[in-house]
Design a protein around this ligand. Sequence first.
Ligand code: PLP
Length: 379
Amino acid sequence: MIYLDHAATTAAYPEVVREMTPYLDRHYFNPSGSYREGRLLHKKLYEIREKLATQIHASPEEIIFTSGGTEADNWVLLNAARTYSGKGRHIITSSIEHHAILHTCGFLEKQGFEVTYLPVNRNGIIDCDVLADAIRPDTILISIMYANNEIGTLQPVHKIGQIAQKNSIPFHTDAVQAYGHLPIQVDADFIDFLSVSAHKFGGPKGVGFLYANKELALTPLLYGGAQEAGRRAGTENVAGIIGMGIASDISATHRKEHTKSQQTLRDHLMNRILTEIPMTRLNGSRHDRLPGNINVSFAGIDGATLIAMLEARDIYVSGGSACSSSDPSPSHVLKAIGLSDEMALSAVRITIGHENTPEEIEETFRQIKDCVHELRSLA
Ligand code: PLP
């Protein structure tokens, strides 16, 4: 099987699995336990918190363990609505966010909040002048993703952070697709809130973290025990957090070599598809894009059929976000960058991981070309 859907999820590193296992059986204790084993686990979790904080230039108390990216995204928006509504009820986001952001914004609109969805250009990038113009005296949060999960486009996070800072508005970025793949510094980019998910960079599923600037108020999302300094109740996912810590270390250590190999394979496959298969279009920016992401529309072809044909040949790619794979309507991201319904429905997302080989990429190209030829000749 050739797996090319790394934006949906990644395999856990073998070291992650190895290190997690003892925390499911031998060290199964509750980190809130007052006995020695509990205290040791509490200390271990603190060490991971410290390491994650160091990675992004934050302090340990600014790292809050969550169940993943969706929880962190929901929390930041709901927190703004609950905690800053004294100042206003206006939120700015982009039209190409993940549904964890868009559906929470939809919920808040029903509660009387106003949301501005910034448009993006043909490459999927917001215009910072349009952002600055959208700011109002009652704006309480700017939430713009770091990297898009469908087309891999990177946003001008530093400039967005500067604008937010200048206007004293908290800035959240959904970094679920970026963390582990790109170096992120919350201080340099004026980021106040950051969402991270472990299963996108070789960690386990169901765990992530929220970075929250300690200068800003944060109302708990879950009430109960005193975990996470009373901000997020519930017994910690000990093995998951340990796995996330190791995955984060490995990703940071190997980032340069992984980026280089992903970019090389991505550019090779992208160029061959675009030059050797007629009537194809790259979706998203060619340069400001995640190292492993390719999103291509094949004119006249139904993307879902092409994906199913590739699956029958043991090649796993996707049509866009894994969370909306059951939704037959065209992707909101591809519509936002100006694609017709037909071109949006003909898109395929190929996301390359560090473990993919040149042989796999060669085979994928051959099979895509063959499937596209077959589908077009049938039509
Ligand atoms: N945000 C983005 C950009 C994502 O790609 C995803 C997952 O695909 C999420 C949020 C949700 O993260 P999780 O799967 O950890 O809930």
